[in-house]
Design a protein around this ligand. Structure first.
Ligand SMILES: CC(C)[C@H](C(=O)O)[C@@H](O)C(=O)O
Ligand code: SF4
Length: 772
């Protein structure tokens, strides 16, 4: 709740401050988590951890689970159960494991037989589970999506999933504040996906590292909630911890009537709206970084390379690596072009495609499908395409699209119309690209092998993907539509003079509370633990392997096919899989970890920045650990990866000074051992002479040196957490889950058999079978 303190604060500062359970002198914060989304890939090991420690889920009423990554998107007409439906054994095991866990721990679950199932980041907002001013986490990097509501939403690793399940809190630190202001009107054919691709093109995939980005400005204000979600979704591709947009009338209108939002026109709704309206940055709040963009400069944008920052206007050409500033950038562009099978100077519009994918948590909401359908209506998919598919983000999006006849439009044009899931966004399910196949995709990552080993991804907006499907090549949507008008359904609602107003008085609030439905679619008792538990890290001496790469993503550290395990161990042989092995099998002799003495490396030195970017998969540190590497030294790290390493008794050391890092790398290249002394925060050569000093947060060091399990430590703060929860119940009663769980006076919230919610988020009755 707003405090009397007058220091101007940002939106992020406010939401963060409202969730502090405890703050230590070194700035380590125990943060309360309001909403926890769970999926099958990043939760099995967390539930196993709970079982091993005999812990319960603290707040089942604030936890919502679904299955999305592994699920086939084939028709579910004959669906009986997951065991029969999911053919691939590892995928099946992961889905079944989630089902066992949600039953055992009493969680609400939308399984494959439930129309509310879908991609975790689509269903949270759709259900009203995601609310302004909340903290939202999920073992998934695109949790940033939920920031569109003015929530502080971020991805976490599996150890942190376990921590939240057990304690409903996380141990964290304050992030920096970054503001990206986009002003003016968007030109025809340009959508929110183009805004975010443009932004990432400017600030780069490490541009937001360590920061929470607040998106603001008239262009952002003019966007619908769904369009805002696409922007916040990809803040992680900009390296940020989270993305946020201040809630406004558009937000409140979207939330009206959602099953888990406060009921409209009740005192609770009024109280909630009043609080939500206070969630905006104060006049004069300061930011560590600011970027200003004129919306007029944004054109339909596509990616050419293997990083989301590799973007150009569709009217542009494939860039020449020689024009890049540094040797490292030249090399990485060269490598990207080789992988993508592209030649510098080729017009983007001349690039022929094999497949088109419209889907993913970035762009598989109803407005995305409407926009794409408006482009393909009455046309045919180009004959050169092997496949064009539309994968709605949830069962409810699918149902709504069918009610509007969008499925027919797509199918008549030659698209496949599929069931909800992550599908070809990352290919953990049967929807994948074959090697060298080129795909126009509305997803968010174009990393090597992302959509299938050897597959080539071009990122773009739904209307651009639709245009590409019709032309058979990357295409400018503007050439398929009236140049002077935004096609009726082709772009999210854009309002150059947005209807944003400050709420200064009770009259203003009343006006907001009276908002009509509007034109927007309505889509839609813990065992106290003791701390003890992990391997201690004090001094590590050993062989170090050196890699000369930048932006090494977690997909490269451990590709998706290895995420199907339900264990933490056994991933070492798959570490850096595509860098380490040939497609046909057999080791690549040049790769450092295939050479002696580096096969026995205990330390990894990476000379380029932003190691571990992309996905939140804790499988990345698990694979390094299983290989034998417990310390990684690099100029900088992506936030989630950095956190995940500590949770596994590993030490990431940031050495931003390039000459110092080079000195350490030289020792490694010479095959000499190095020594990482955490206690004294020094890196030494084999004979003990100092090569570098390094920084490490006090609390993290304390846990590593003493081998402490932070869940156990947090549980010792049970009283403080309980106190916070009591206050939360008074201040924001709508956050105690009531939608799917009933409360028992003695036991607190307990799970009940899921009865059909009275209404879907679009107002119709649900009559489909529910899982339980
Ligand atoms: C599986 C999950 C950990 C991962 C993520 O965190 O992003 C996935 O959703 C992805 O998009 O790569
Ligand atoms: S990015 Fe792709 S794989 Fe990850 S949650 Fe979104 S749709 Fe699923």
């Amino acid at each position: 709740m707003p405090s009397a303190d007058k220091k101007p604060r940002t939106l992020y500062d406010k939401v963060f401050r409202d969730h502090v359970v405890n703050e230590s002198q070194d700035g380590t914060v125990l943060l309360y988590i309001d909403r926890h989304l769970v999926h099958e890939v990043t939760s099995p090991q967390a539930f196993e951890g709970l079982r091993n420690a005999r812990r319960q889920v603290r707040r089942p009423d604030c936890t919502l689970a679904t299955t999305d990554h592994n699920v086939p998107t084939t028709p579910r007409k004959n669906f009986k159960n997951v065991g029969q439906f999911v053919e691939e054994a590892d995928s099946r095991l992961q889905c079944l494991t989630l089902e066992e866990n949600v039953k055992a721990f009493g969680l609400t679950y939308f399984g494959l037989g439930d129309k509310r199932q879908g991609i975790v980041h689509i269903i949270g907002p759709e259900q009203g589970f995601t609310l302004p001013g909340t903290t939202v986490v999920c073992g998934d990097s695109h949790t940033s999506t939920h920031g569109a509501f003015g929530a502080l939403a971020f991805g976490i690793g599996t150890s942190e999933v376990e921590h939240v399940l057990a304690t409903q809190t996380l141990i964290t630190k304050r992030s920096k504040n970054m503001r990206i202001q986009v002003d003016g009107g968007l030109t025809p054919g340009v959508s929110s996906k183009d805004i975010i691709l443009h932004v990432i093109g400017i600030i780069g995939t490490a541009g937001g590292t360590g920061a929470v980005i607040e998106f603001c400005g008239s262009a952002i204000r003019g966007l619908s909630m769904e369009a805002r979600m696409s922007i916040c979704n990809m803040s992680i591709e900009a390296g940020a911890r989270a993305g946020m947009i201040a809630p406004d009338e558009t937000t409140f209108r979207y939330l009206r009537g959602r099953p888990l939002a406060p009921v409209v026109d009740t005192p609770e709704w009024k109280k909630a709206v009043k609080y939500w309206t206070s969630l905006k940055s104060d006049e004069g709040a300061s930011y560590d970084e600011e970027v200003f963009i004129n919306a007029k400069d944004i054109v339909p944008t596509v990616s050419w390379g293997t990083s989301p920052q590799d973007v150009v206007p569709i009217t542009g050409v494939v860039p020449d690596p020689e024009t890049f500033e540094t040797e490292a950038k030249k090399e990485s562009a060269q490598r990207a072009l080789e992988y993508m099978g592209l030649t510098p100077g080729t017009r983007m519009e001349d690039i022929e495609l094999d497949k088109v994918f419209i889907g993913s948590c970035t762009n598989a909401r109803i407005e995305d499908l409407r926009a794409a359908a408006s482009i393909v209506e009455g046309k045919r998919v180009a004959v050169n395409l092997k496949r064009a598919m539309v994968v709605p983000g949830s069962g409810l999006v699918k149902k709504q699209a069918e009610a509007e006849g969008l499925d027919r439009i797509f199918q008549d044009a030659g698209f496949e119309w599929r069931e909800a899931g992550c599908s070809m966004c990352l290919g953990m399910n049967p929807d994948i690209l074959s090697p060298k196949e080129r795909c126009a995709s509305t997803s968010n990552r174009n990393f090597e092998g992302r959509q299938g080993a050897g597959g080539r991804t071009h990122l773009m907006s739904p209307v651009m993907a639709a245009a590409a499907a019709i032309v058979g090549k990357l295409a400018d949507v503007r050439s398929l539509t009236d140049q002077n008008a935004v096609p009726a359904k082709a772009s999210p609602k854009v309002d150059v003079t947005p209807e944003v107003s400050d709420i200064e008085s009770d009259d203003d609030l009343d006006r907001i509370l009276d908002l009509p439905e509007g034109s927007q679619s309505h889509d839609g008792s813990n065992t106290a633990g003791s701390s003890g538990g992990q391997t201690k890290f004090t001094v590590l001496k050993g062989i170090a392997a050196s890699m000369e790469r930048s932006n090494v993503d977690t997909d490269a550290i451990i590709p998706k096919q290895f995420l199907k395990t339900i264990k933490r161990t056994g991933l070492g042989s798959a570490l850096f899989h595509s860098l380490r092995y040939h497609d046909e099998g057999g080791e690549k002799v040049d790769f450092v970890l295939n050479k002696e003495p580096y096969r026995h490396a205990k330390i990894l030195i990476v000379t380029g920045p932003n190691f571990g970017c992309g996905s939140s998969r804790e499988h990345a540190p698990w694979a390094l650990l299983d290989f034998g590497i417990t310390c990684i030294i690099a100029p900088s790290f992506a936030d989630i990866f950095f956190n995940n390493t500590f949770k596994n008794g590993m030490l990431p050391v940031a050495i931003p000074d390039q000459p110092t890092l080079e000195r350490i790398a030289e020792e490694a290249r010479a095959g000499r051992e190095i020594e990482v002394d955490l206690v004294n925060q020094r890196i030494n050569n084999a004979s003990g002479a100092k090569l570098a000093a390094f920084e490490v947060e006090e609390f993290r060091k304390h846990c590593l040196v003493n081998g402490l399990d932070d869940i156990g430590l947090t549980m010792q703060m049970g009283d403080k957490i309980k106190g916070f929860e009591d206050r939360r119940t008074l201040d924001t009663p709508w956050l105690d889950g009531s939608g799917y769980l009933k409360k028992d006076k003695r036991k607190g919230p307990v799970q009940v058999e899921a009865a059909p919610v009275p209404q879907t988020n679009r107002g119709e009755q649900i009559d489909e079978p529910l899982d339980w």
